[in-house]
Design a protein around this ligand. Structure first.
Ligand code: IMO
Ligand code: MG
Length: 467
């Protein structure tokens, strides 16, 4: 770079600091966006191992932002022999320099957050770079109670929620009776809000459900302790994130849950109450869609689901059992056994559509090793003889669908030692290529195990995410 280029870039950088969101990108000769801003989303029903991809991508980023959901999420990152399990804290926290933001769209159970923070600190992970939005809504004890009571009331048609109070907290947010982190920091405002809302909640608890009322004083006491602990971490995260976006430092937006659990675009009513899809990153963070350069979906080489609801490719047989045991398919959050089945290309195509996926990261190839053959669902037969190749919008209520499978030869040998695409067993390579064709999206990485070194980067695509 010559002197004038350096000067221009410095002046661009200064301008970027004073220009409103987005304008920095239009500066003449600007090369401010050095690293793409990426949203990482689950392409199925959650539990796709998003944490692992976030961890791999986070190493040279400035910031990882969690934009939705709450401690219904369970993101695991394996470093050597150590497994870190995150529920609320962004998976970038293992890198000292990465700023980790819990943004507006997340619902926060402060007790859970604090114990997660303390647990990580005890393992030598600093919380210095953790930032928490004052606009994020709180989960209060009545949310947890109501989550469980509502599930009980639904009986046979229960959703199978995680019981963490997620749905009731988002319900209150939409009903405009939610209490936020910012309220918590103001002693008087918190007390006023809590007493007001609790009067109503206790009416609901006692008269509608016949449950015990909750004690306002006890909640106030408990939550004041949380306020003191969390105060240093609370900031205007919207401003912080948009500044990082403008500076081109490569912000990663960490999706929780998955596309089919989205409140609007998922398999309603068997969904969560937030917006896991890529668009949720804008709403939950306070940035415009133009700030997002790339969207990467994460999928397993098969499908899993926890909780109730439709699952066309579910295998209630030996295959399902094989996948569950080999893939350790038990919930990180609740320990529930996950329902398991074959990969569904219609779901992946749908995820490409609603998230605008640029790339797919395909994981858990190692789990399928040992099977004689593997299947991919390529369509659904209906009772009238039709074959659907798109996910129908009324999928949750369709009882007339039979999956149409394409069968590929399995890879008898273990795949977990592969470090390059070429080192994968031939049949696993063919599987990846076929998924790419059927899903209609480029596969940028494949994974053969939970370890950092077990992610195989597929070039030249992966480089477009990292540089
Ligand atoms: P991560 O981020 C898998 C499911 C629950 C239930 C439904 C509603 O680890 O991928 P909720 O408690 O959110 O009201 O439950 O959504 N669910 C998840 N399934 N992974 C998750 O998160 C999930 N978060 C919620 O099992 O079916
Ligand atoms: Mg999970």
């Amino acid at each position: 770079m010559d002197g004038s280029t350096v000067a221009r870039r410095e002046s661009d950088a200064k301008m970027a600091n004073i220009l409103p969101n987005g304008l920095a990108d239009n500066l003449p000769g600007s090369s401010l966006r050095n690293l793409p801003n990426i949203v990482v989303v689950g392409a199925q029903w959650g539990d796709e191992a998003k944490g692992k991809i976030i961890d791999v991508l986070a190493c040279n980023r400035s910031m990882v932002v969690r934009y939705g959901g709450g401690n219904n999420a369970g993101h695991s990152v394996t470093v050597g022999d150590i497994v870190y399990k995150f529920h609320l804290i962004p998976s970038g926290v293992l890198y000292e320099k990465v700023v980790c933001v819990i943004a507006d769209g997340v619902v926060i159970d402060p007790g859970v957050l604090i114990s997660e923070m303390k647990g990580l600190e005890a393992r030598g992970i600093s919380m210095r770079n953790l930032k928490l939005s004052g606009n994020a809504h709180l989960i209060l004890p009545y949310h947890r109670t109501l989550d469980l009571l509502e599930e009980e009331r639904r009986g046979e048609s229960k959703i199978g929620t995680t019981g963490r109070g997620i749905g009731p907290a988002y319900t209150d947010k939409a009903a405009r009776i939610g209490i936020r982190v910012g309220d918590l920091l103001d002693k008087n405002r918190f007390e006023e809000r809590l007493r007001d809302v609790l009067t109503w909640k206790n009416e609901v608890l006692t008269k509608l459900y016949g449950a015990e009322p909750l004690d306002a004083d006890a909640i106030l006491l408990e939550y004041r302790g949380y306020a003191d602990y969390l105060r240093p971490y609370v900031t205007d995260t919207g401003a912080l994130v948009s500044e990082a976006v403008q500076k081109g430092n490569g912000v990663l937006f960490e999706g929780a849950q998955g596309t089919l659990l989205d409140l609007d675009q998922g398999t309603y009513p068997y969904v969560t109450s937030s917006h896991p899809i890529a668009g949720g990153a804008c709403i939950g963070t306070g940035i415009g869609p133009g700030a997002i350069d790339r969207v990467i979906g994460v999928a397993k080489s098969y499908t899993t689901r926890v909780g109730a609801g439709c699952f066309p490719t579910e295998q209630l047989n030996e295959t399902g059992h094989y996948i569950r045991e080999r893939g350790h398919e038990y919930g990180t959050t609740t320990g529930r056994p996950r329902r398991c089945g074959w990969l569904d290309a219609l779901i992946l195509r749908y995820a490409v559509q609603v998230n605008g996926l640029d790339y797919l990261s395909l994981g858990h190839l190692d789990v399928l090793a040992g099977l004689d053959e593997v299947k991919i669902c390529v369509g659904y037969h209906t009772l009238t003889g039709e074959t659907l190749t798109r996910l129908p919008s009324d999928l949750p209520f369709r009882t007339d669908l039979t999956p149409v499978y394409e069968t590929l030869p399995g890879w008898g040998v273990e795949a977990e030692y592969a470090r390059t695409f070429e080192e994968l067993p031939q049949n696993a390579q063919a599987f990846v290529r076929r998924v790419e064709e059927l899903a209609g999206v480029t596969i940028a990485s494949a994974s053969v195990g939970p370890g950092r070194e077990q992610t195989i980067f597929i070039e030249p695509h992966w480089s477009k995410l990292t540089g």
